[in-house]
Design a protein around this ligand. Sequence first.
Ligand SMILES: [Zn+2]
Length: 359
Amino acid sequence: MVGAMTATHTKRGLLERLSEGPVICAEGYLFELERRGYLQAGTFVPEVVLEHPEALAQVHRELMRAGSDVIEAFTYYGHREKLRLIGKEDALEPLNLGALELAHSVAAEADGEPPLVAGNICNTNVWHPNDEAAARTVRAMFEEQVGWAVEGGADYVIAETFYHCEEARVALDVIKQSGLPSVVTLALPASGTFVDGYSAGDAAAVLAEDGADVVGLNCFRGPVTTMEAVREMRARVSTHVAALPVPYRTTEEFPTFFTFVEREEAPARIPNGRPFPVALDPFLCDRYEMAGFARAAVDADVRYVGVCCGGGPHHVRAMAEALGRTPPASAYSPDMSKHFAFGTDPSLDEHTRGLASTL
Ligand SMILES: [Zn+2]
């Protein structure tokens, strides 16, 4: 209608984008919406899709403005087992389709090339190794969710946070049958191997062999302990590799965010003395650490990079800027030159600037 005045932007697919350079994917919706008071820690079911869609839309919007190339429909844990657990299986289909619709509506707000909209399936928590009945249950759960992702117009599907490699293989098989591109990211436990015995490198190799478009790790581990394992994956496959750590300072001694312990004298201050999941604040990475991670990952030819539970828009923006981007939120990136005490602007009050070392 007003074609001459409306800028139209082509939207490249995931694989095209990856062939040209890094793709940034912001995850971490569970923790962000829990912090904001719209989602309960523990069960971690994304009922926010139906109960407070405006709150979820705002998180999508903030992550997109911060530089995420992807809006991941919030269907993480929106599967049959989780909804059974809270007695709301009726909400399964509206939640899944609603999440896709909401993701598209925010994507349509983008200036410039629209972000990709990803469907999402994840760890079911009812997978048992070598149990065919469990495998059938899990496959059916994936089939219905991937079906809704297709119906909802997803550009590709993310299968994430699997701690069993064999469960991820079933997820991948279901995605492949849909014809959509696949990103399969596993979550590596503290032991350093997946629960069914695969090493990170072996899991990457088998998933790549199965035909995953992107394989890698997300969640559980912070940047330092994710990077070690992702390098093993990178060395074993020729497909694209993904790394989406949690932004927490995990170490060799504390490899995952589950393993952190309260450092104070009175561990009873927090439930069970265990910082996971809602008292992880003292372990949080700053934005510069996440920026450094993004650079290191891309230097290691890990092109699909992002952040998982605990990440916020400030992390995503710093990662985008580290990769040479200037997302809309960069309009408000830090500039201390006019700070009252630490600034350099000559018009600042001389006496007040002199107080800087005493503050
Ligand atoms: Zn996570």
